[in-house]
Design a protein around this ligand. Structure first.
Ligand SMILES: Nc1ncnc2c1ncn2[C@@H]1O[C@H](COP(=O)(O)OP(=O)(O)OP(=O)(O)O)[C@@H](O)[C@H]1O
Ligand SMILES: [Mg+2]
Length: 253
């Protein structure tokens, strides 16, 4: 469903992504994991056609992102790092606006508004100005705008950023439910979140893929590289072993 091929992105002389390739199969949840500045947002911006890569490409639902950028945008729901909200609009007004811009109207628009209101738990802020919403609610409105047109593919850049623990569990469940019919890529710094919601994991650091696969495949790779790992390691153990192999798992922070 999503096939990323040798993506490289340079900002001037700085290489933010270097020859990155990965796949997400249909109805799979792919967790993109990596430290600050790893290149996660850059990769997502390229997939959503907001950035043009220096080289390489990707296919989404068989469509090349460089050759068919408009069609690609139509089949993607995107929650950027900072949700694209209009503070002077009420939640309902804003989502109606985004739904119309996505080509929805009449009964279909009403149905989709009702659906996102329930799925993202927005009932209590439906008539509130976005400028008056808490960070967590703004994030949920951002998620609702990504879902309004019922896209096949969801690209979520840190969807649980700013949410409290109960809301995080709610979003995690929502992601799992949506994955029954959608392909989802999400980025996060929270390892437990990837453990709980992702089918497969791509670990990226300094613009390069460090490892990818299921959690047990990542653990096997750590062992193949000769690093020690306890039996039944957590994703945290694996992450540290992959990113700090020479420090015996000590972060030094
Ligand atoms: N527009 C830009 N111009 C120059 N450098 C940029 C630009 N956008 C990103 N970068 C650099 O590219 C690198 C990757 O950034 P990116 O935002 O993709 O990382 P990230 O993995 O999303 O990080 P975070 O976890 O902090 O969100 C960083 O070093 C960043 O400073
Ligand atoms: Mg980012």
């Amino acid at each position: 469903m999503i096939d990323v091929r040798s993506l490289t992105m340079r900002y001037g002389n700085y290489v933010a992504l270097s020859n990155v390739s990965f796949r997400a199969n249909e109805r799979e949840v792919l967790g993109l994991l990596g430290p600050n500045g790893a290149g996660k947002t850059t990769a997502m911006r390229i997939l959503t056609t907001y950035l043009y890569p220096s080289s390489g490409t990707a296919k989404i639902d068989g469509l090349d992102i460089l050759e068919n950028s408009e069609k690609v945008r139509r089949c993607i729901g995107y929650l950027p790092e900072t949700a694209p909200l209009y503070p002077d609009m009420q939640t309902e007004e804003y989502l109606t606006f985004v739904g119309s811009a996505r080509g929805l109207q009449g009964q279909k628009l009403t149905e989709r508004l009702r659906w996102v209101r329930e799925a993202c738990n927005l009932e209590s802020v439906w008539k509130h100005l976005i400028s008056e919403l808490s960070k967590g609610f703004r994030q949920r409105v951002g998620l609702a705008q990504a879902l309004i047109h019922d896209p096949k593919v969801l690209i979520l850049d840190e969807p649980t950023s700013g949410l409290d623990p109960l809301q995080i569990i709610g979003i995690r469940e929502l992601i799992r439910n949506l994955a029954k019919e959608k392909t989802i890529i999400f980025s996060t710094h929270i390892l437990q979140e990837v453990e709980a919601a992702a089918d497969r994991i791509v670990i990226i650091n300094e613009g390069k893929i460090v490892s990818q696969g299921t959690q047990s495949e990542l653990a096997s790779e750590v062992r193949l590289r000769g690093s020690e790992l306890k039996s039944n390691p957590s994703l945290e153990d694996i992450f540290i072993a992959l990113l700090l192999p020479n420090r015996g798992g000590k972060t030094g922070i």
